[in-house]
Design a protein around this ligand. Structure first.
Ligand code: PAF
Length: 283
C-alpha cells in the first residue's frame, strides 16, 4: 500500500489506472477506524481492481464550536488497518492542499440536505458534498462505498451524483453495531463509561420504533413511545431530533404506507450521535 498526501499525485495514479482499464473503488473516511469502516473496505475490495481509502478530517463540514479539533486521530493504526484490507492507496492530504488559498468553489445539494442534520448543522452537507466531489475528481472511482449510519449523507451524495451525472456507483453498507446495539462511530470515543452505558438506548429506541410500527402503531404513537422510552432510559441524552422521513427525499412522512426512515440525533455528553432504521410498509 502506498500512502499519498499530494492530491495531484493521487489523481495521476488513478488516471493511469483508469487508462490501463482498471476499475477503482474508493472508501472516503475521516479515520479512527472501527469495524464499520472495515466493513466498507471489505466490500469495496470486492468491487474493483484497485482500492483507495481516503482519510481526511474535512474542516469545511464542521461548524463553529463543533469537534474539529477534538476529532480522534490514529494515523498509524488506521494505515495498518487499510493495508490489512488490501488498500492500494491510503490518501491522507493536508487541509491546505485540499483547500488551497483562495478556494471559492462549493458543491451544494438542495432539498434532501436541508432537514435533520442539515437543519441542526448549517453548512455541514455543503462541506461534505464539496469534499466528496473533490475526492471523486482525484480518485476517478468507478464505485464509492459509504455507511448507512449517515443515511442522510448517503442520500445527499446519491443526489449529487445523479444531478451532476458523475460516473460513479454509490454503494451503501448496513450500520455496524456493537454487541449491545450501539451504532459504531468514531465519536463513541468521547463517551464516559456512564454515558456509554446510556447511549445504547439510542439504538434500543430505534428498534422500539420498528417494533411499534410493525405492530400497527401510527407515527405519532411510535414517536410518543420512543420519547417515553428515552426519557426513562437516557437521562444523560439531549435529543436533537427524532424524525420519520422518506428515505430518498428525507421529507417528513405522515404514515407507514411507504418506506419510512426513522432517524435520530442525540447529544450524550460531548458526543453527538446519530442512528436510524428503515421501516418497510407492512404488506
Ligand atoms: O462520513 C464521513 O466520514 C465524512 O462525512 C466523509 C464522507 C468522509 C466526508 O468527509
Amino acid at each position: 500500500m502506498k500512502t499519498i498526501v499530494d492530491p495531484l499525485l493521487l489523481q495521476n495514479q488513478c488516471l493511469a489506472w483508469r487508462g490501463e482499464g482498471k476499475s477503482i473503488a474508493v472508501v472516503p473516511t475521516m479515520g479512527f477506524f472501527h469495524a464499520g469502516h472495515e466493513s466498507l473496505m471489505r466490500q469495496a475490495r470486492t468491487l474493483a481492481d484497485k482500492l483507495v481509502v481516503t482519510l481526511f478530517v474535512n474542516p469545511s463540514q464542521f461548524g463553529p464550536g463543533e469537534d474539529l479539533g477534538a476529532y480522534p486521530r490514529k494515523l498509524e493504526q488506521d494505515a495498518a488497518i487499510a493495508q490489512g484490507h488490501g488498500a492500494d492507496v491510503l490518501f491522507t492530504p493536508a487541509a491546505e492542499e485540499m483547500y488551497a488559498p483562495g478556494h471559492s468553489t462549493w458543491v451544494e445539494v438542495g432539498g434532501v440536505s436541508q432537514g435533520l442534520c442539515g437543519a441542526s448543522r448549517p453548512g455541514h452537507f455543503r462541506g461534505v458534498t464539496t469534499v466528496v466531489a473533490k475526492l471523486f475528481s482525484l480518485c476517478q472511482p468507478t464505485v464509492a462505498v459509504f455507511g448507512e449510519k449517515d443515511w442522510q449523507q448517503l442520500a445527499v451524495i446519491r443526489r449529487m451524483v445523479r444531478d451532476l451525472f458523475l460516473p460513479v456507483s454509490i454503494v451503501g453498507m448496513p450500520i455496524f453495531r456493537e454487541a449491545d446495539g450501539l451504532a459504531m462511530s468514531s465519536r463513541n470515543a468521547y463517551l464516559t463509561p456512564a454515558e456509554r452505558a446510556e447511549a445504547v438506548h439510542i439504538s434500543h429506541g430505534v428498534f422500539l420504533a420498528r417494533k411499534l410500527a410493525l405492530q400497527g402503531a401510527s407515527i405519532p404513537e411510535v414517536k410518543a413511545g420512543v420519547l417515553t422510552y428515552w426519557n426513562t432510559h437516557l437521562p444523560l441524552g439531549s435529543l436533537d431530533y427524532l424524525q420519520f422521513v422518506h428515505p430518498e427525499t428525507m421529507q417528513p412522512v405522515e404514515n407507514f404506507s411507504t418506506p419510512v426512515l426513522v432517524a435520530v440525533a442525540m447529544k450524550v455528553g460531548k458526543a453527538r450521535l446519530i442512528d436510524n432504521c428503515l421501516i418497510a410498509p407492512v404488506a
